[in-house]
Design a protein around this ligand. Structure first.
Ligand SMILES: [Fe+2]
Length: 285
């Protein structure tokens, strides 16, 4: 197995090693997305997200170039299996005053391609190394998972940094969040391409993609956002992104996972007063 896939399995995320679009395409992509953003703001829309597919033919071609890049396709195939579904991709803007996002985990099988559209020296998206190896989904009950605490305990997190055009692969099961953007924080734009293996049978996602599918004339995007055939486990092998759902006892021999367990145990003790305060607030006297 490739070094990059091994690193993803070990850490829960990995930075891609090659450039996946050339500088001219990157500049054009940035220009189009900034124009769409200014139109969004003019309309008074305050969402930090922007759906990308179907806004312009040229943008769709550039999105296709990213996800159909030979290197990306090879990696996605190894992680998600032969057949996979793209959930409608979006741009995430982080500007001054952005309140961030608490530590959380997403759906079973969900695997992302994260693309930095701007240089991100500090990094806004944060991930907890090896956390995907912990069984189930417990990040929502952590005493220290609040977005207010992300900047205070930044040493626990890995910040997703890099230059415009860099990309990462990551399991959405990995505990992740977003730092609040303080007054001196950098503005950033990140593109999110979430994928599901056909094996997850997420027909509901394919259904939600319909509005984007109808908006675009790009056949590649239409196809990759659709799933009509149910997954047949006699034909297709269980992909890596689903295998990680099952706890592997060998994880206890993995140094990153041991460090992760130590860190979260210490934090749970340190932040136990926060947990007690939350409990007290729930109790009606
Ligand atoms: Fe998420």
């Amino acid at each position: 197995m490739d070094k990059i896939i091994n690193k993803l399995i070990s850490n829960g995320f990995v930075k891609g090693e090659q450039k996946i679009i050339d500088i001219k395409d990157l500049e054009e992509l940035t220009k189009i997305i900034l124009l769409l953003r200014s139109q969004q703001i003019e309309k008074g829309e305050k969402s930090p997200f922007l759906k990308l597919v179907g806004s312009s033919d040229r943008l769709d071609i550039l999105l296709e170039k990213i996800i159909s890049n030979k290197y990306v396709k090879e990696n996605l195939k190894q992680i998600l299996g032969e057949r996979y579904l793209l959930m409608s991709p979006s741009a995430r803007f982080s500007d001054e005053g952005d309140s961030g996002l608490e530590i959380h985990q997403d759906a079973v099988g969900e695997t992302g391609l994260l693309f930095l559209l701007t240089d991100q020296k500090e990094g806004q998206t944060v991930m907890v190394k090896a956390s995907h190896r912990f069984p189930g989904r417990i990040s929502n009950i952590l005493s220290w998972g609040s977005k207010k605490l992300i900047n205070i305990i930044s040493s626990l997190y890995f910040s997703i940094t890099g230059n415009a055009g860099d990309h990462y692969y990551w399991f959405h099961k990995t505990w992740h969040g977003r730092k609040p953007n303080t007054i001196n924080g950098e503005s950033s734009i990140t593109l999110f391409f979430p994928f599901f293996p056909f094996a997850a049978n997420r027909f509901d996602i394919a259904e939600k993609n319909q509005s984007s599918i109808l908006k675009t004339r790009n056949q590649y995007l239409k196809n990759i956002m659709s799933q009509k055939i149910p997954y047949n486990d006699k034909v297709l092998e269980i992909p890596i992104c689903l295998k990680i759902e099952k706890f592997d006892i060998k994880a206890l021999l993995n140094i990153n996972f041991i460090i992760f367990l130590l860190k979260i145990s210490i934090l749970e003790v340190l932040f136990s007063p926060v947990r007690i305060l939350r409990l007290l607030r729930k109790i009606k006297f």
